[in-house]
Design a protein around this ligand. Structure first.
Ligand code: ACO
Length: 360
């Protein structure tokens, strides 16, 4: 009989000062601050300063400037590689560009990795539309500069604020699959950029950071109110997972879902879409309770992430790369924490195969 925990459920694999996910109470804490007190009130730069504190040798006040300067460095790394990314999906293109960050870089690596994300995503998107990349503006915030580099024009204040809230909300989340992956790679001393590339590879799966695009596909496929429950019942009957629902740790509603629902409601033009999404959400919760009794499945962060990013008129296949623009802050904090104190992560396996035959 195997002694392994399926999916490592319930296994504590690290001690961290960075974030705490209380799955029973629906609470998320970043270094002593509830997510509801940070989201909408602080910038990605401030959350980076909070999470990197004690790990990155940069004054909090200097982090915004360092990220601004590093965005320029990142663009020069990306520029010659953009033709190689043509034909790849945006997340594959991002994987390619991140892999080119040199371990010899003199910019502090967490800063360069974080600065590179918005630059790379914007440059990849413009390149596939046949446009050259736009030079970063080091005086802007990451959120404002990202939207400007992506769209070719300064973004309206409400859009910058919405994206900022999203980036802060998803900055860190305990030992989720991508962060755990980052820590495993970091534990071998492979370096920050290798750990970030590995984290992105874990993030892109549909059970993790790949879920929000399919959330919108689901809303489109359902189409009208009368089809909600029959469509969802059929999907579960086929053995499909409902995207944007369920979580390994939360047994109640993911607190990030409400933060992002508020953001989606604050953006212009999406009232009908959000009303329909709310109806689908309510239908999904009823169907899951009926067909998956005993599981306590609730709404997760990805459901309203999809609505926020759609209201910002961002293409669906950029949703996972944009998740990485936010989550890289947490990845790099965990990489540094792991590197400072941790041993190589090397769990054991239980062998359940055949034993060699005894010699005659
Ligand atoms: N739809 C339908 N059934 C589900 C769902 C869902 N969204 N989530 C869980 N279940 C059911 C399944 O029957 C599953 O059993 P199976 O493996 O026999 O099919 C069972 O509940 C597993 O439940 P849990 O133990 O609570 O789930 P687990 O921890 O293994 O997986 C996960 C968590 C991957 C998030 C899962 O709920 C899921 O696939 N959700 C849909 C994808 C999604 O929204 N991902 C984003 C998560 S948030 C993030 O990563 C940023």
């Amino acid at each position: 009989m195997s002694v392994a925990s399926d999916g490592l459920e319930g296994i504590v694999a690290a001690e961290t000062v960075l974030s705490h996910v209380d799955g029973d109470r629906g609470r998320l804490i970043f270094r002593g601050h509830d997510i509801g007190d940070l989201a909408g009130r602080t910038s990605q730069e401030a959350v980076a300063a909070l999470l990197w504190s004690g790990f990155v040798a940069a004054e909090p006040t200097a982090i915004a400037g360092a990220l601004g300067t590093a965005r320029g460095v990142a663009l020069e790394i990306a520029r010659p590689l953009l033709p190689l990314a043509r034909g790849l999906s945006p997340v594959e293109g991002l994987r390619l560009l991140l892999a080119a960050l040199p371990d010899t870089a003199t910019t502090p690596h967490p800063v360069l990795a974080t600065a590179a994300m918005p630059v790379f995503v914007a440059a990849l998107q413009r390149d596939r539309l046949g446009h050259p990349p736009i030079l970063p503006d080091p005086t802007l915030s990451q959120a404002a500069d990202f939207l400007r580099m992506l769209r070719g024009a300064p973004a309206e204040t409400a859009h910058v604020a919405a994206l900022e809230t999203y980036l802060v909300t998803v900055a860190d989340h305990g030992l989720n699959a991508s962060t755990f992956t980052a820590r495993v790679v970091a534990s071998t001393r492979a370096g920050v950029f290798s750990s970030v590339v590995a984290a992105l590879c874990a993030l892109k799966g549909p059970l993790h950071g790949g879920a929000p695009g399919p959330v919108l596909d689901m809303l489109d496929a359902i189409g009208t109110d009368d089809r909600i429950e029959p469509w969802l019942e059929q999907a579960i009957g086929r053995g499909d997972r409902l995207m944007g629902f369920g979580h390994r740790v939360y047994r109640v509603r993911d607190p990030r879902a409400d933060v992002l629902k508020g953001v989606a409601l604050s953006l212009r033009g999406g009232a009908n879409r959000i009303r329909f999404a709310e109806a689908v959400e309510a239908g999904a919760l009823r169907v899951l309770a009926r067909l998956k009794p005993g599981r306590r499945l609730d709404t997760n962060v990805e459901f309203y992430t999809a609505l926020v990013l759609e209201a910002l008129a961002l293409p669906r296949d950029l949703f996972t790369p944009i998740f990485a623009v936010g989550r890289v802050v947490g990845w790099t904090a965990h990489i540094l924490e792991q590197t400072q104190g941790g041993r190589i992560i090397r769990p054991a396996s239980a062998y359940v195969g055949p034993m060699p035959k005894a010699a005659a």
